[in-house]
Design a protein around this ligand. Structure first.
Ligand SMILES: Cc1cc2nc3c(=O)[nH]c(=O)nc-3n(C[C@H](O)[C@H](O)[C@H](O)COP(=O)(O)OP(=O)(O)OC[C@H]3O[C@@H](n4cnc5c(N)ncnc54)[C@H](O)[C@@H]3O)c2cc1C
Length: 461
């Protein structure tokens, strides 16, 4: 027999939009866990903000906890369930509502997939700059809820910098709507920013106004081999200064990672030999393909002459560009080498990165069960990803590796999460990068917006 709450939910959004029993079990909580049955009380498929408001009013009345599901690509256990929650899936709220080419904005529902936003902007000669490996699955609502970063933060900022307006539903069903297209708005607190990075704990994001940019007319890239971290830092300053605002990517790949990304499971070959400790992938975007490439070539030649770059290859065609970026983006080729994988996205002050990562690699690879450490990252943002290849999924091993990776962060003013968020996996390490006073203020905000603690319980705090 169905309980009263389920009947109420059926009443408010219709029976065809409420899944229960085996229909719920067929769903999953993460794209990498599709083989596991989803444990949840019900799975709801709303189509409008009004549906979500009605769902939240009902759940508030019945003290029912709720988790919002986007594309389920998060890397921090943010969509794991305990079994007693109701799931709100955003998959049916997938409409692009408007592209305004004059204001350079796009108004979207929260369930639109990032790649569809990128394509729609491109068709208008515009750019939505957020870009990362999960673009074909991640939804804009989930991206906003995690304040995702990715490959172009250096030039365009995190998600936070690319949102002009937002609509969200609070835990009690109240709709907070500010779908403004304006760039400047200092009329008191910037409420939309509360929801950015809140991982579904403060409200359900239903719509957003995205900030678009004029699409660059040129894109050039170079892969550069370097042996010394100080030279990586010099190269960054050299490129950033020389490209004067055109530098849009500066990705660093450590040697073992580069080998895995171009090895057994890769779809592409290595653009440079395996002789270097570091591989830098530089990207500049501008307005003149030929002139911009010549400028990049000139800077690369200078870096080679000065000796802080040891080898380099430049992309001359669109397929070269695809090739270079596939090396960086096809993380799956590396993950496929791991019997079990564990992911990190830490932040560190740039000058400390080389030394700290060397120490972490040396220490974790001594741990029994830890087979290999693969570092790579958005180095200009101070953000390093580490993928650990492990022999097993034992919690003790996971904890041991966490302790080693996170140990240096507090003293150096780093962060346990540069861009993936906290979810359930990093909760116990939050105190390493946030003060007690900050965490207390976060709890105050949480209880002001969600006094019954119904939204994504057990996550973040
Ligand atoms: C291959 C791969 C590469 C990645 N690369 C990067 C990268 O380079 N940079 C980066 O920052 N991240 C990266 N990520 C992780 C990234 O955080 C997520 O891909 C994305 O931001 C989450 O979007 P999603 O729709 O999948 O959200 P989900 O995983 O479904 O949800 C994430 C969180 O947001 C909440 N949520 C979802 N939708 C809403 C909504 N409408 N309202 C309120 N809360 C909501 C959920 O409850 C959950 O807490 C990568 C992930 C993968 C798998």
């Amino acid at each position: 027999m169905q309980d009263i709450l389920i009947n109420k939910l059926i009443e408010v959004i219709g029976t065809e939009n409420v899944l229960t029993g085996s229909d719920v079990a067929e769903r999953y909580y993460h794209i990498w866990k599709m083989e596991e049955d989803l444990q949840a009380k019900a799975y709801l498929l709303p189509k409008t903000t009004e549906d979500i408001s009605a769902i939240m009013r009902t759940c508030h009345l019945y003290n029912q906890s709720v988790i919002v599901y986007g594309g389920l690509t998060n890397l921090v256990g943010a969509t794991e369930t305990r079994g007693d929650e109701v799931i709100i899936s955003m998959e049916r709220m997938n409409q692009i509502l408007e592209t305004d080419t004059i204001s350079r904005t796009m108004t979207v529902e929260a369930g639109v997939i990032l790649e569809n936003i990128q394509k729609a902007a491109q068709e208008e000669g515009l750019l939505f700059p957020l870009n990362f490996g999960a673009k074909g699955t991640a939804q804009i609502g989930g991206i906003i809820a995690t304040n995702a970063g990715g490959l172009r933060v250096l030039r365009y900022g995190m998600t936070r910098q690319n949102i002009l307006g937002l609509e969200a539903v609070l835990a009690d069903g109240t709709v907070i709507s500010s779908l403004k297209k304006i760039i400047k708005d200092n009329s008191a607190y910037d409420l939309k920013q509360l929801f950015v990075g809140s991982e579904g704990t403060l409200g359900v994001i239903t719509k957003a106004v995205l900030k678009l940019s004029e699409a660059p007319k040129s894109r050039n890239s170079a892969f550069i081999g370097v042996n010394d971290f100080d030279h990586v830092v010099k190269l960054l300053k050299h490129m950033d200064g020389g490209l004067a605002g055109m530098l849009s990517g500066f990705e660093l790949i450590w040697n073992p990672t580069y080998r895995a990304l171009t090895g057994e499971f890769a779809s592409v070959k290595a653009p440079l030999p395996y002789d270097y400790k570091y591989y830098v992938l530089v990207e500049n975007m501008g307005s003149d393909q030929e002139a911009d490439r010549e400028r990049l070539e000139g800077l690369v030649a200078e870096a080679l002459e000065k000796g802080f770059a040891l080898d380099a290859v430049i992309a001359y065609t669109e397929s070269d560009l695809q090739w270079f970026w596939t090396v960086r983006e096809d993380v799956h080729a590396m993950v496929a080498t791991c019997p079990v994988d564990q992911h990190f996205d830490i932040s560190l002050p740039i000058p400390e990165i080389g030394r700290v990562i060397d120490n972490i690699v040396a220490e974790v690879e001594q741990v029994e069960g830890c087979l290999k450490c693969y570092p790579f990252g958005h180095i200009a943002d101070g953000n390093i990803h580490l993928v650990m290849s492990k022999a097993n999924d034992d919690q003790a091993l996971t904890d041991k590796i966490n302790d080693i990776v996170y140990a240096p962060l507090k003293a150096l003013g780093g962060s346990v999460s540069a861009e993936h968020g906290i979810g359930s996996h990093k909760k116990r390490y939050l105190h390493l990068c946030r003060t007690d006073e900050e965490i207390t203020l976060m709890r105050t905000l949480k209880s002001a917006l969600d006094p019954k603690g119904l939204l994504n319980p057990g996550k973040v705090l």
